[in-house]
Design a protein around this ligand. Structure first.
Ligand code: NAD
Ligand code: UFG
Length: 355
């Protein structure tokens, strides 16, 4: 036990996109688990303050184990700088653009950033002999599922350019691993990440009007937006609104630690996908009610037509992650809303002071 803890303390992990929403929460957990962590992030969708807060939460001792490079995965010089002075045991690859609507308007930006950034990263990993990676995939690869729960073996599909980047990057990972079996790759398909660290010090801080449900609800609750548009009230569900599998971001963070342990201990893992979800579906109107309860705030809603491309109901099969990673989600919707409200109420304008 003591020896394995010591070995783990020496392990070094590169986290791309580590200044972002899921990245910050995962970096904090990695530090707490005794990893040495290096972040590379170009701050396209994040701010240095987020990393400063992670340092504060980790405390003076553990924060010495965190390094932060501002850099872009598409820039070889930035990657050379990050790889040339440290030997990493593994990479967690979060960096990418993720807004579905923007990807439809600017497909080449998405293909350029997500595909070229990732290929560049893998080339540098191979060059420097680091062949273990946990990749951020998404439930988006299930498209509008014909059956639920979504099982990892379903044929992947994509509904938009963002989804296609995830689909192609999963395929690229499989090809790379097939060509060189030394690679060990885990593709984590996140369902709907929400919530925040229980301290309320770090959380999701989207730029502009939020696209996703929970950040939108949060901004209505703090008075930044007047009401929530509920997209679709005639779905064949219990209350007519669409159903998703919301997962607490701290559960996701722990899922990454479980995936890393799996990579370190399983020589023949190959390239394998795992769902990270709770296995439970919650409707939009149920999420609104849960957030109202957690915050004590009324969320005015306007019932609107369905959003194009949205599925009726999506939730995860959690069996494979439970069986093979020994991981399952601990938190429910109540804790997700409680912690998101703590973040929202203490930081109504996120990391940026109100301008
Ligand atoms: P985020 O935008 O908060 O974090 C991504 C980070 O990557 C940002 O800090 C951004 O500045 C950085 N980045 C982007 N392109 C980069 C580049 N070329 N070089 C260096 N840094 C770059 O997003 P998130 O919610 O934390 O998501 C992390 C990953 O998980 C993404 O790949 C996303 O597609 C995936 N994912 C997210 C969700 C979700 O709903 N949040 C769901 C499924 C999958
Ligand atoms: N919704 C509203 N009003 C809003 C925002 C969302 O009613 O203002 C509804 C949507 O119509 C949907 C549900 O809330 O029914 C959830 O929507 P989100 O945009 O929060 O999440 P999605 O499930 O549509 O998609 C998100 C990402 C995808 C990713 C997926 C799973 O945008 O890229 O989660 O990870 F694939």
């Amino acid at each position: 036990m003591e020896q394995s803890q010591q070995q783990q303390q020496l392990r070094s992990v590169l986290v791309t996109g580590g200044a972002g929403f899921i990245g910050t929460h995962t970096v904090l957990q990695l530090l707490k688990e005794g990893f040495l962590v290096t972040i590379i992030d170009n701050l396209d969708n994040s701010v240095p303050e987020a990393v400063d807060r992670v340092r504060l939460l980790a405390g003076p001792k553990l924060s010495l184990n965190l390094r932060f490079f501002i850099g872009d995965l598409r820039n070889n010089e930035d990657l050379e700088k990050v790889f040339s002075d440290t030997k990493y045991d593994a990479v967690i690859h979060f960096a990418g653009l993720k807004a579905v609507g923007e990807s439809v308007a600017k497909p080449s930006l998405y293909y350029n950033n997500n595909l070229i950034g990732t290929i560049n990263l893998y080339e540098h990993m191979a060059k420097y002999g680091c062949k273990k990676v946990v990749f951020s995939s998404s439930a988006t690869v299930y498209g509008q599922p014909e059956k639920i729960p979504c099982v990892e073996d379903f044929e992947p599909r994509a509904m938009n350019p963002y989804g296609r980047t995830k689909l192609y990057l999963e395929e690229i990972a499989r090809d790379i691993q097939k060509a060189d079996p030394e690679w060990r790759i885990i593709l984590l398909r996140y369902f709907n990440p929400v919530g925040a660290h229980e301290s309320g010090q770090i959380g999701e801080d989207p730029i502009g009007i939020p696209n996703n449900l929970m950040p939108y609800i949060q901004q209505v609750a703090v008075g930044r937006l007047p009401e929530l548009n509920v997209y679709g009230y005639d779905y064949p569900t219990k209350d007519g609104s669409a159903i998703r599998d919301y997962i607490h971001v701290m559960d996701l963070a722990d899922g990454h630690i479980a995936a890393l342990q799996k990579l370190f201990t399983t020589e023949d893992i190959g390239c394998v996908a795992y769902n990270l979800g709770t296995g439970y579906g919650t409707s939009v109107l149920e999420m609104v009610a849960a957030f109202e309860k957690a915050s004590g705030k009324k969320i005015p809603v306007k019932l609107c037509p369905r959003r194009s491309g949205d599925a009726t109901a999506v939730f995860a099969s959690t069996e494979r992650a439970k069986k093979e990673l020994g991981w399952s989600a601990k938190y429910g919707v109540e804790e997700m809303c409680r912690d998101q409200w703590k973040w929202a109420s203490t930081n109504p304008y996120g990391y940026r002071p109100q301008s």
